[in-house]
Design a protein around this ligand. Sequence first.
Ligand SMILES: NC(=O)c1ccc[n+]([C@@H]2O[C@H](COP(=O)([O-])OP(=O)(O)OC[C@H]3O[C@@H](n4cnc5c(N)ncnc54)[C@H](OP(=O)(O)O)[C@@H]3O)[C@@H](O)[C@H]2O)c1
Length: 329
Amino acid sequence: MSKTINWGIIGIGKIAEKFASDLATVENAKLVAVASRSIDRAKEFGGRHDSTFAYGSYEEIFNTPDLDAIYIATPHTSHAECTKLCLNKGVAVLCEKPFAMNEQEVKEMIHLAEEKQTFLMEALWTRFLPSTKKVLEIIDSKALGDIKLLQADFGFIPPFFPERRVLNPEYGGGAFLDIGIYPAFLSLLILGYPSTILATSTKGPTGVDETTAFLYQYGNNNIAKLSCTFGAETNTEATIFGTEGRIVMKKRFHDTKEIELIPNEGEPQVFNFPRETFGYNHEIEEVNDCLRKGKTSSDLWPLSQSLKLIQLLDKTREEAGIVYKTDKS
Ligand SMILES: NC(=O)c1ccc[n+]([C@@H]2O[C@H](COP(=O)([O-])OP(=O)(O)OC[C@H]3O[C@@H](n4cnc5c(N)ncnc54)[C@H](OP(=O)(O)O)[C@@H]3O)[C@@H](O)[C@H]2O)c1
């Protein structure tokens, strides 16, 4: 039988709730500790999710015996600090996206993981979903011919709570880092790092980017036309166009349950990916598998790709004029 992987969670907000619920569906894995800035919230969350330990500070989580991995689900601005806290204690880390606020922070995280020989991975859950794997398989089969254009958008209107992380510049708020990361990630996964980056952005009432459009070109080969917005409900689809046909990843493309392959000639094919979880179980299984094999990073979403992604995000932000206090440190 596989070794049971004992998980802890730091920061128990909205996404931690879904993660904990999906963790409960993964075989040979258990939530053993939750850490919050509030002991009452930790006890309440821990009780609901059957966690063995609940702590009222992040540092206390390291008192947990046999803790294998920690999932970091705090606002973007504290990802680097929380990750380094765990790595310095030699505990494996799965850290939410964006991995950190900028390239400098991500480099520090990666260097520390290498120095401590400790597992580190960005929680880019889309990479591990069966739908994403199928898209890559179709592209590899050359069913699309040569890819010429990738189009993806992500847009919705979040509730207006200026003090919360989503719209608050102090916490790295704004559409681009929160949801624009998904089109950027898809372009990097499929087309690689662009040779040309163009971007432009509008600002919302709290000063964070509301709508950002970004265009990437890859030599003379292909182009990605991408956007994100907190100002409107958009299709939130991705389409990859090739010389022989196209693939549509249906709404919301980043965790889609349906993709359609539409060849220029012949019948379209629909692929369905039904699931009973939110979909975070796949990234959890990847971490568990890596830890059982004694690996310090994932081959599916390696640290080199996380570094390229943050470089892409930084460069796009620079073009679009999206600036945070953390950029100046
Ligand atoms: N993969 C995905 O699908 C997905 C989806 C949503 C969000 N995310 C990412 O996950 C991270 C958390 O997002 P979320 O929506 O869960 O946020 P959230 O609901 O605001 O929760 C964040 C948690 O972080 C902790 N925290 C630590 N310092 C904080 C501070 N100064 N202000 C507020 N909270 C602080 C809080 O937990 P305690 O009070 O317990 O310490 C809070 O509950 C973000 O980086 C986001 O990009 C990923």
